[in-house]
Design a protein around this ligand. Structure first.
Ligand code: FES
Length: 414
């Protein structure tokens, strides 16, 4: 196209679409302003200051209160550690999590925990996180049980994750399908609905194995009674003997969901242990929902990876050699086929980066230089370009040969 022809088109655009005209003139306008601007350096940067407050790399906190919820669940109230750089806590969206970074016997371990307090309470100066003691979590929860008390210092990321209500995408009616400690993001959402931060209604179907396992029973009942036009809670107990009145028994089936939810006009949010997803996902399939009607909280690393389809079972007992390049360190470490590459690096005290531990956030993204990994199909959220160029997420990948990998250093928490 000649220069003259281009001008003709430009004039047509000017008259027909002023927005597009402004867009095309962006660069000359920007250059004009840069030429006019002062050469003095900028002393205040309110946009970056706000971004740092909303998305801090690290938050230093101190435990202010510990509440025993059930025999296997505790809630910790965290306030800013005034001796550190954290003077206030980052605002968040109800449903997000904190990635805690804890040193246990010289190993730096990260774990994501949903925030059970509301965003409004963060502005008032605290978060709460509710932690269940998992029997097969050899790393962290036993340590927390034995060591965390009032005054203990705790480090975490800023608020993370995508499990929150978004009015542009989600229906006004939220249905929360919770299992065990998966109730925590829904407590935060319920409080946010009541204080007006979220304009939506919430029905929670809360599945538990027995009455002792129900967390926040009194709080949920109270929230429901005081706000019955917006909040409904249905407890679903799978044990044989149920003494509480008004509970459903059995599991969260499609029939039960239809009984309490206006299915076509609801968005479904799922949070709970992996076994619950396996069951509930099949039940939701029967309801013919649109994919965008279902939101899933990441459930952490896959347990019993050898049972997943496609995993080479004959390698389940193997241990491979993992050569890791991290920063300027190169180290060879052992890596079991049934443990994620991330866990192998943590055991070797290499402090690899991680946040969600579910393949979702991309924070552990690393380069596979040699060898093969099995990637969990339940948590393979790699971008297509990453698949093509050999990048993988160590938190959702398992060694099935000797490996050589290049891992970024975690510069957040030093
Ligand atoms: S820690 Fe989030 S993708 Fe691995």
């Amino acid at each position: 196209m000649s220069g003259r022809e281009f001008k003709k088109v430009d004039i047509t655009i000017k008259s027909k679409n002023k927005d597009l005209y402004n867009f095309m003139n962006l660069v000359p306008e920007r250059n004009k302003r840069i030429k006019k601007a002062s050469a003095d350096s900028i002393k205040e940067d309110p946009m970056n200051e706000l971004a740092d407050k909303l998305h801090p790399d690290i938050q230093h906190m101190i435990i202010d209160e510990v509440v025993d919820n059930t025999k296997s669940t505790k809630t910790f109230k965290l306030i800013p550690d005034s001796d550190s750089n954290t003077q206030s806590l980052a605002y968040f969206r109800a449903g997000q999590y904190l990635s805690l970074k804890v040193e246990v016997d010289g190993e730096l371990i990260t774990r994501p925990y949903s925030i059970s307090s509301s965003p409004q309470e963060a502005l008032e100066g605290y978060y709460t996180i509710t932690i269940k003691k998992e029997e097969n979590d050899g790393f962290l929860t036993p340590y927390i049980w034995n060591n965390w008390e009032i005054g203990t210092k705790v480090k975490s990321s800023g608020p993370e994750g995508f499990f929150y209500y978004e009015p542009l995408r989600d229906k006004h009616q939220i249905v929360g399908l919770a299992g065990g400690s998966g109730i925590t993001p829904f407590i935060s959402m319920a409080k946010s609905i009541i204080d007006g931060t979220i304009d939506a209604n919430l029905t929670i179907l809360y599945g538990c194995s027995d009455e002792d396992d129900m967390i926040f029973y009194d709080e949920l009942k109270q929230l429901e009674q005081e706000n019955s036009d917006k909040i409904k809670v249905v407890f679903v107990l799978s044990c044989e003997e149920v003494s509480l009145k008004g509970c459903e028994t059995g599991f969260i089936t499609s029939d039960l969901i239809e009984k309490y939810a206006n299915v076509p006009n609801s968005s479904f949010f799922i949070c709970g242990p992996q076994v619950m997803y396996n069951f509930v996902e099949k039940e939701l399939e029967k309801l013919n929902l649109l994919p965008k009607q279902i939101r899933r909280e990441a459930f952490g690393e896959i347990k019993n990876i050898e049972n997943l389809s496609g995993f080479p079972k004959k390698l389940a007992d193997e241990t491979f050699t993992l050569k890791v390049h991290i920063g300027n360190i190169v180290k060879e470490i052992p890596a079991k086929a049934t443990e994620s590459v991330l866990v192998a690096m943590e055991r070797a005290k290499l402090a690899p980066p991680s946040k969600c531990r579910s393949g979702e956030c991309g924070f552990c993204r690393s380069l596979l230089l040699k060898g093969d990994v099995y990637i969990s199909p339940l948590s393979d959220w790699r971008r297509d370009a990453d698949k093509k160029f050999g990048y993988f997420h160590p938190c959702s990948s398992y060694p099935i040969s000797d490996l050589e990998i290049k891992v970024p250093r975690d510069i957040r928490i030093q």
